[in-house]
Design a binder for this molecule. Structure first.
Ligand SMILES: Nc1ncnc2c1ncn2[C@@H]1O[C@H](COP(=O)(O)OP(=O)(O)O)[C@@H](O)[C@H]1O
Ligand code: SF4
Ligand SMILES: [Mg+2]
Length: 389
């Protein structure tokens, strides 16, 4: 549209979203400077541990996200994908991260694994502390070299689409073997295979030996997702990130995979970060819930607090848009309006233009985080002290 404006009028477009080729080239040059500096820092060898060791705020947490900012430096501007996210993952707990598509859930999780698409994607501010018992790492400052010990070993991830994560030309048994061998070089081949069979059994697959020798295409979607879960758990990680683990599966298989997660919860001692846009999944599984909107956390608390006492208008809207079994509704609620552009964030509450509760103060700066209980926090002016009703 902007292009046509320019051609027809022969003068510079007034469209604020229009970026000329020259501007875009300039932005690209500036971006390269920034991202090259980050990459150089991260790829250094023999970095002293003191540079990236840190202290947990609370030793009972396995992960602490602390004011994490992850940006993408693109040719049309900087995408603020995660913009100041703070939450904890207590030991042996399941934390649900919910929010609509594009709000920064995956990028938050990928930041913890240092798997954000690079060099464009960089965590530019904040700390992500991972508790390894005797010491704690700040993932944001951990160089690539040291990261390989953490990724897979301490923190592992289950992706949405199992077929794209498994290698189609290798038998599934060999793929699990490889992960176990890589992280346990002292094991002999028999021990590795025994552990693989044990993992296949753990994720509820009968006929372990048969499945061990199969290729991914010979398995159904649900079976493949079970194999991905086996791979993620193979090294006894402290944290497993499940990013929309059931979204690509059909409904009955979704239920089976959720059952599997539930049964695993009591048998493994890992914490789970469960990312989903499906509140039903979170309600069944999570101990704590984090609600994200447009790259920030708008509300967080225990599952009970979020489901029974939601405070933020966005969370309340999400609850109203969730279908409830045995309850007849003519039409599910849908939150009007759309999410602001992640490149050009407003300097007021990001939800304001969609909010039916907005009032004078909402035109001010982004709302502060207000504490409702020991565990319950919300970012909304309705609960800010001067306005408490
Ligand atoms: N590689 C990338 N380059 C540019 N922007 C990206 C990239 N990956 C994600 N983003 C942007 O970051 C934001 C958050 O994305 P994401 O975390 O994937 O959302 P979701 O909550 O659906 O998982 C979105 O605005 C998305 O467009
Ligand atoms: S701060 Fe204002 S606009 Fe934002 S969610 Fe609260 S009431 Fe709505
Ligand atoms: Mg995602």
């Amino acid at each position: 549209m902007a292009f046509w404006n320019k051609k027809q009028n022969g003068k510079k477009s007034l469209d604020p979203n229009y970026i000329s080729a020259a501007d875009s080239a300039r932005i690209a040059r500036e971006n390269r400077k920034i991202t090259t500096a980050y990459e150089k820092k991260r790829s250094r060898k023999n970095v002293p541990e003191s540079e990236y060791l840190t202290k947990m705020r609370d030793p009972k947490n396995v992960v602490e996200f602390d004011d994490v900012h992850t940006y993408f430096y693109t040719d049309i501007g900087t995408v603020h994908a995660v913009d100041g996210v703070t939450f904890d993952i207590p030991a042996s707990s399941t934390v649900g991260v919910v929010g609509e598509s594009g709000c920064g859930k995956s990028v938050t999780a990928l930041s913890l694994m240092q798997l954000v698409q690079r060099p464009q994607g960089q965590t530019v501010k904040g700390e992500i502390r991972v508790n390894l018992g005797d010491k704690a790492y700040d993932i944001v400052r951990t160089p690539t070299e040291a990261m390989t010990h953490i990724r897979g070993n301490e923190v592992s991830m289950i992706f949405q689409e199992p077929m794209t994560s498994l290698n189609p030309v290798f038998r599934v048994g060999a793929q699990i073997d490889e992960v176990i061998r890589m992280h346990n070089p002292e094991m002999n081949p028999d021990q590795v295979k025994a552990r693989t069979l044990e993992m296949i059994n753990l994720v509820g697959i009968a006929n372990q030996e048969g499945v061990y020798g199969m290729y991914p295409h010979q398995l159904s979607g649900g079976m493949r997702q079970r194999i991905m879960i086996a791979i993620a758990l193979a090294c006894n990680p402290k944290v497993v990130i499940a990013d929309e683990p059931t979204t690509a599966l059909d409904v009955t298989i979704q239920a089976q995979i959720l059952d599997l997660f539930r049964s695993l919860k009591s048998r493994i001692n890992a914490s789970i970060i469960l990312i989903t846009h499906d509140l039903g999944v979170v309600a069944e599984m999570a101990d704590y819930v984090v609600v994200m909107y447009s790259s920030r956390i708008v509300e967080k608390g225990t599952a009970r607090e979020i489901f029974h006492d939601p405070r933020h208008p966005y969370t309340i809207g999400l609850m109203k848009s969730k279908p409830i079994l045995n309850k007849k509704v003519d039409k599910l609620y849908s939150i009007p309006g759309s999410v602001p552009s992640p490149i050009d964030m407003p300097n007021y509450c990001y939800f304001r233009d969609r909010c039916d509760k907005r009032f004078g103060r909402c035109n001010g700066a982004y709302p502060p985080q207000i504490q409702i209980s020991d565990t319950h926090f919300v970012s909304c002016y309705q609960y800010a002290p001067e306005n408490e009703k």
